[in-house]
Design a protein around this ligand. Structure first.
Ligand SMILES: C[S@@+](CC[C@H](N)C(=O)[O-])C[C@H]1O[C@@H](n2cnc3c(N)ncnc32)[C@H](O)[C@@H]1O
Length: 453
C-alpha cells in the first residue's frame, strides 16, 4: 500500500514544513474500500444520500425504519454504473481565465472555462467577481459584538494558545497543551450526547459516522499562528487546507452549474481539503438586505454557529474565561445564528457544488478562542475522491428543494435523475451496496490509469 505522501512525492512533505509526522500510517489510498472503516463509511454515505433525498431528518428516520432487514450481500442493478463515476474529463482545448485565482504564489489555483470554444466569445460571469480571502473575517463597522469578543479574547485568560514547540513537544496528546486539551474536551463534552464524535488531528483522517446534525455535533479546536508551533503541529486540522497540500482546479463546464472545483490527484476519505472562507455575519443583518441581494447571499452562506447550541453553551461554562467574556459568548450563542458569507469575499470553497450523493462534509474548527469570530469551516472528504471528481456537499433541505427539477449533480442518487427510477426507492442498505460498486469501478479505473502511466 502506498501512503498519501507517495502521491505527490516530496512536495507534500516540503509543504508540511516542521511537522514531524511524515510516517503517518493512517492514510492509505486503499482505506475506504479495504480498511476497518469501510463498513462505517459505506453506511454513513448511504445515510447521507438518504437524508439528501428525503430532505428532512425526521422523514429520513422513518424511511430508515423500512430498511431491508435481511441485509443482502449484493444488489442487482440494471443501469450502467459507469455513467455515474462522475470524473470530469476536460476538452483538449480549454480557455485559461486565470493561472491563479488566489493571487498567492504558494496556493496556485487555476480557473478554466470549458463552455466557450473561442477566446473572443469568452464572457466572465459575475459569479467570479468576488475578492479572494484566505481566512474568514469580521466587518468592524457591522458586527460590533464580534469585534468586542475579539478584543476580549486577547486577554490571557480568554486566549487558548500553547508553547509546546518551545519545549520541542508535539501538541496532540500532550496533556499540558491547552489547545489539545480544549480539542479533546470538546470531543468528550459532545460525545456525552453523541458517542460518535470525530477526532480532529492535523494528519489523521477525520471520519464521521453519524449523518445527523453533523456540523453541529462535530467540532474541534486547533493550534494557531499565535502558538509557539505556529500551527505547524499535529493538533491543527486546518493545516492541510491552509497549505493546499492537494492541488485544486476551478472550471466551468456547464452554464447552470457555474464554476466547480476538482483535484487532479486522489484524495482519501477523511481529508480536510479546503476551508470555506468569507465574512462572518449575523443572519439578522442579512435578512435586512433587499429581496434580490438576500437571495444571492442565501445561495452561498453556510451556518457556523447555532442559537440552540445548548451543549456548546454548557461547554463554554466549563472553561476559565473571565466572567464578562463568558457573558458575551453566551449572548452570542443564544438567539443568534452566525454564517460564513463568501458572496463578496470568499475562496475556492464557494465553488463546491450541491450533490445528492456528496463527497464533502463541512465541520467547525475553533482557533485561539471560542467566540463566533474564532470559528473556521473546513470541508472534509467523506469518501475517497478520485482524480477529476467535482467536490460537492449537500446544500441542505431548503436549497435541495429548489434544485429538485434541475439538479445536475450527475450522481446515481440525483433527485433529478431522468435516466432511471431504479435507485429512487432503494433502502439505505441497498444504496450502500450501489455506492460500494461505484467505488470499486472508480478504484479499478484509477489503478489502470496509474499502471498506464
Ligand atoms: C453556492 S453556488 C456554487 C458555486 C457556483 N457554481 C458558482 O459558480 O459560483 C450555488 C449555485 O451553483 C449552481 N449549482 C450548484 N450545484 C448545482 C447542482 N447540483 N445542480 C445545478 N446547479 C448547481 C446553482 O446555480 C447554484 O445556484
Amino acid at each position: 500500500m502506498m501512503n498519501i505522501y507517495g502521491m505527490n512525492g516530496g512536495s507534500f512533505s516540503r509543504k508540511l514544513g516542521k511537522v514531524k509526522l511524515l510516517q503517518n500510517e493512517n492514510w492509505t489510498n486503499e482505506r475506504f474500500m479495504g480498511g476497518g472503516a469501510r463498513k462505517i463509511n459505506l453506511r454513513f454515505l448511504a445515510l447521507k444520500t438518504f437524508l439528501a433525498r428525503f430532505s428532512e431528518a425526521e422523514v429520513a428516520h422513518t424511511a430508515l425504519e423500512m430498511d431491508d432487514k435481511k441485509k443482502k450481500k449484493d444488489v442487482k442493478v440494471k443501469s450502467d454504473l459507469q455513467d455515474y463515476l462522475n470524473q470530469y474529463k476536460p476538452p483538449d482545448q480549454r480557455i485559461l481565465i486565470t493561472e491563479n485565482i488566489t493571487f498567492n504564489e504558494l496556493d496556485q489555483i487555476p480557473v478554466y472555462c470549458d463552455v466557450t470554444e473561442k477566446l473572443e466569445d469568452l464572457v466572465i460571469p459575475e459569479r467570479l467577481a468576488f475578492d479572494y480571502v484566505d481566512c474568514s473575517f469580521v466587518n468592524k463597522e457591522l458586527e460590533p459584538d464580534l469585534v468586542k469578543a475579539i478584543k476580549m479574547s486577547e486577554k490571557e485568560s480568554n486566549q487558548i494558545i500553547c508553547d509546546c514547540a518551545v519545549h520541542d513537544l508535539l501538541c496532540y496528546e500532550n496533556v499540558n497543551c491547552p489547545c489539545f486539551k480544549t480539542n479533546k474536551a470538546m470531543r468528550e463534552h459532545f460525545s456525552e450526547k453523541n458517542s460518535k464524535q470525530s477526532a480532529f488531528h492535523s494528519l489523521n483522517p477525520i471520519l464521521i459516522s453519524s449523518p445527523f446534525n453533523i456540523a453541529y455535533e462535530n467540532c474541534g479546536f486547533a493550534c494557531s499562528d499565535e502558538c509557539a508551533c505556529e500551527g505547524k503541529c499535529d493538533n491543527n486540522s486546518l493545516l492541510i487546507p491552509h497549505r493546499y497540500l492537494f492541488p485544486l482546479e476551478i472550471y466551468r463546464n456547464d452554464i447552470d452549474m457555474g464554476f466547480l472545483v476538482r483535484s487532479p490527484v486522489f484524495i482519501p476519505a477523511g481529508t480536510p481539503v479546503m476551508e470555506y472562507t468569507g465574512e462572518i455575519v449575523d443572519y439578522e443583518r442579512l435578512r435586512k438586505l433587499d429581496k434580490f441581494d438576500f437571495e444571492e447571499h442565501k445561495s452561498y452562506i453556510l451556518k457556523c454557529t447555532y442559537e440552540d447550541d445548548a451543549v456548546f453553551r454548557e461547554f463554554l461554562k466549563t472553561l476559565n474565561f473571565t466572567k464578562d467574556y463568558e457573558k458575551l459568548l453566551l449572548k452570542l450563542y443564544t438567539n443568534k445564528n452566525f454564517y460564513i458569507d463568501p458572496t463578496n469575499f470568499g475562496n475556492v470553497g464557494r465553488m463546491a457544488a450541491h450533490s445528492c450523493c456528496p463527497n464533502l462534509e463541512v465541520l467547525r474548527v475553533y482557533r485561539k478562542s471560542l467566540s463566533p469570530a474564532h470559528v473556521s469551516l473546513i470541508m472534509v472528504t467523506i469518501e475517497d475522491v478520485y482524480p477529476g471528481t467535482p467536490f460537492s456537499f449537500d446544500y441542505g433541505p431548503e436549497y435541495a428543494e429548489k434544485l429538485k427539477d434541475y439538479c445536475k449533480c450527475g450522481t446515481f442518487a440525483c433527485r433529478n435523475n431522468q435516466k432511471t427510477d431504479e435507485f429512487k426507492n432503494m433502502d439505505s442498505h441497498n444504496l450502500s451496496l450501489v455506492i460500494e460498486k461505484i467505488h470499486k469501478l472508480r478504484h479499478q479505473a484509477y489503478k489502470k490509469e496509474v499502471l498506464r502511466k
